[in-house]
Ligand binder design. Sequence first.
Ligand code: BGP
Length: 461
Amino acid sequence: MTHYTFPDHFLWGAAASATQTEGTVPGDGKGENIWDYWFKEKPHLFYQQIGPGKASDFYQQYETDITLMKTLNFNSFRTSLSWSRLLPNGKTLNQEAVTFYNNMINEMIKQGIEPIINLFHFDMPMYLQDNGGWENPDIIEAFRYYAQTAFQLFGDRVKRWTTFNEPIVPVEMGYLNTYHYPAVIDMKRAVTVAYHSMLSSAKAIEAFKLEKIGGEIGIILNLTPSYPRSDDKEDQQGAYLADLFYNRSFLDPSVLGYYPGDLLTLLDTYHLLPERITGDTTLLKANTVDFLGVNYYQPRRIKQSEAPIDDKNITPESFFSYYQDPNRRMNPYRGWEIYERGLYDIAMRIKADYQNIPWYVSENGMGVSDEERFMDKDGVIQDDYRIDFYQEHLKWLHLAIEEGANCFGFHAWTFIDNWSWLNAYKNRYGFYRLDLDTQERTVKKSGQWFSQVAQSNGFSH
Ligand code: BGP
């Protein structure tokens, strides 16, 4: 039996996002975002036709939920603000939203749970999307204004902020495949979206510093290690390029303050560089992040590209292909690979190549479909698979910390089963089970386990 103890003041908690938990209540003054709109237009795209309106009711039940978080011994919790709730039409503040977020933050602090507040988690207000969303350079000023508003309203109490959660996801899912609105496949537009979101992040950091409210600001990235199939030069090159597109396109400018030269050269070769905005280099250089959040679920397994490059239809996958490692272990209930060591590899990479910047695990978790099948006669989900999942990831994280990784916390995805984009409630991730009909919350076995880990700042195994 080994005991794994984590550093003093280690953050233990979970992450969530506004759109996935709050729900909409008539008269709450919230404006429409792309998810509300898309569900209204195309409900059949959503699992069991459940849209974001039917969330876990955090908007009304935040006090209950924060109390339940405390029973799990959370010392921190990350969620996002809903841009379209706070500023339904861009300029006028929705006072109901200000009251809600004030109450939510105050309640967390009262219960000894540090609020970590994220500004953007996939939920573009519809009035901005109608003008091109992240494609339109005007979005940079709109985001700066929203960020500044949030800092002024809540910055006296919130001491850790993040600009974006997984900014590559709207690029990948909305502009390289069709899982997020506007669901188009267009590399040139995708690159523009990525560039404008990166500049928006830097602009928000600049605004944060100007407000002089104290605290720190970071960004949350889903870093996916890219492992080549073999030592062959072509496979290695494929993995290098997958990493360049999917990790370094945000990691380098966020932490180092500039884009990788190879990325710019490659985009230039295929005439994909966006129209540059004056002063971008200086803006990025002057506004790097204080810390990183790392979301880790699974790695990428890469081999050399199989098809010749079609100049007219470039996507990142023009430069590499995925392969199925015959030895990989799969989550049988979600279809994602489980590779715990990936977290260690990310930690070592941040240490070696990214100035050993402070970072924390901002999401890690195991989705399970039809989780009712694991319910015992007392109504408790016996999710030993999830305990095992977390435990094995935490062991690798512990080793990384022993070897000098500058990691200050671990947040699970997630506290309660929540609504997830097109998948709605298909895959459950929570420490608490949510009964969708009654809104009843029941702790799972993993929740009881996590409460002990958080309390003792580690575990024995
Ligand atoms: C992450 C997102 C979360 C959440 C999670 C699980 O990438 O930040 O918002 O959705 O993935 O994804 P899913 O519910 O599709 O299994």
